[in-house]
Design a protein around this ligand. Structure first.
Ligand SMILES: NC(=O)c1ccc[n+]([C@@H]2O[C@H](COP(=O)([O-])OP(=O)(O)OC[C@H]3O[C@@H](n4cnc5c(N)ncnc54)[C@H](OP(=O)(O)O)[C@@H]3O)[C@@H](O)[C@H]2O)c1
Length: 316
């Protein structure tokens, strides 16, 4: 199999040929057709809590970054139930289960990490979903129960997470207000949301003019949009969900009941309603750029710059 790996965080990602991992009981192999790129992929290369955890509990051998994948089931392990050979699936790898990452031409996962794709849903659209759509889905449906009449403020509305949060908020019948730069205001409006241009005015002051919020999804960071200022915008039972967590946030997350954090973990149960929304045309991912697997380093350079609008994809 071909993997994209680097020997250390200072070395660029490069293609290596390594033997396929044998399947354990209950596992399946997927021939990968498209891979979604997320900032966590390059953040884990640099270390941080998840990068450290991957080094400690992840699989031995060359480290393969990446989570999101879409492709076709090409081998079933003993006792694997729920999916058949040839099934088209989307999912996320999980290093805590001893699995390699998704920057590869094949991945080994379990059925509860995958949702089946109908023929009408393409691999590229599906590969955008796992981390970037599951994260706001968890905030909207598990951390809160957003429904018609609610209001959601999305800080970082034009990124991978932000655009999905706008679309999913609309899907749930609620109103989204998205904070973005001037160049992306039309895109935010096209997603059925109210746009606030953070370059034109203090975004949180402007957000207050649109009412109070049942959920504030902060996909930029509390250094830019302070949690104390966000709190003043909350509806009585509102929640601030921090997508980006810094050590300075630990106190608020641990002791403040109106502040939490989300760790987007793709599972079959979370992916299935998102795949259904894709199939019904209610969700339409925006792909900013596609790279070959061999050019994964270029995708990371672009993602690190923090200006991506929508999603980056790798194609093996
Ligand atoms: N906890 C989790 O499970 C989880 C899951 C996914 C992502 N994340 C984290 O969440 C963050 C966002 O992820 P992503 O995939 O959405 O990133 P992304 O796609 O790289 O986001 C980039 C976008 O952010 C916008 N932006 C930059 N500064 C902004 C500001 N001050 N206000 C509003 N928008 C701003 C940029 O547009 P402009 O420059 O034009 O404003 C760009 O469109 C990353 O730090 C990522 O690591 C965490």
């Amino acid at each position: 199999m071909r993997i994209s790996s680097s020997l250390s965080h200072t070395e660029p990602l490069q293609i290596l040929s390594v033997p396929s991992v044998p399947l354990r009981r209950g596992e399946l192999r997927v021939r990968v057709a498209a891979i979604g790129v997320n900032p966590v992929d390059w953040k884990m290369r640099e270390g941080g809590p998840l990068g450290l955890a991957q080094r400690v509990v992840g699989p031995r051998g060359p480290r393969v970054v990446g989570v999101d994948f879409a492709g076709t089931v090409c081998e079933l392990g003993e006792g694997t139930r729920g999916l058949e050979l040839g099934a088209r699936v989307v999912g996320g790898t999980d290093f805590s289960r001893g699995q390699r990452g998704s920057y590869a031409d094949e991945v080994v996962v379990r059925p509860d990490q995958c949702a089946q794709l109908p023929a009408s849903v393409g691999f590229e659209d599906a590969a955008c979903l796992p981390v970037a759509a599951v994260t706001p889905w968890m905030a909207l449906t598990e951390h809160t129960k957003i429904r018609a009449g609610n209001r959601v403020l999305v800080l970082g509305a034009s990124g991978g997470v932000g655009l999905f949060c706008l679309a999913l908020t609309k899907l749930l019948g609620a109103t989204a207000v998205g904070v973005c730069s001037t160049r992306n205001t039309h895109l935010v409006r096209d997603h059925g949301a109210i746009a606030i241009d953070y370059t034109a005015a203090d975004a949180l002051v402007a957000a207050k003019e649109h009412g109070t919020y049942d959920l504030i999804l902060n996909a930029v960071g509390s250094d830019v949009y302070p949690t104390s200022a966000c709190e003043a915008l909350l509806a009585p039972n509102g929640l601030i969900d921090l997508v980006v967590v810094r050590p300075a946030d630990y106190w608020a997350v641990a002791f403040h009941r109106r502040v939490t954090t989300v760790l987007g973990r793709p599972t079959k149960a979370r992916l299935e309603p998102l795949v259904a929304a894709l199939a019904e045309g209610k969700l339409k991912p925006l792909v900013a750029a596609r790279f070959s697997l061999a050019d994964a380093e270029a995708a990371h350079t672009l993602s690190r710059a923090g200006k991506v609008v929508g999603k980056l994809l790798l194609l093996p």
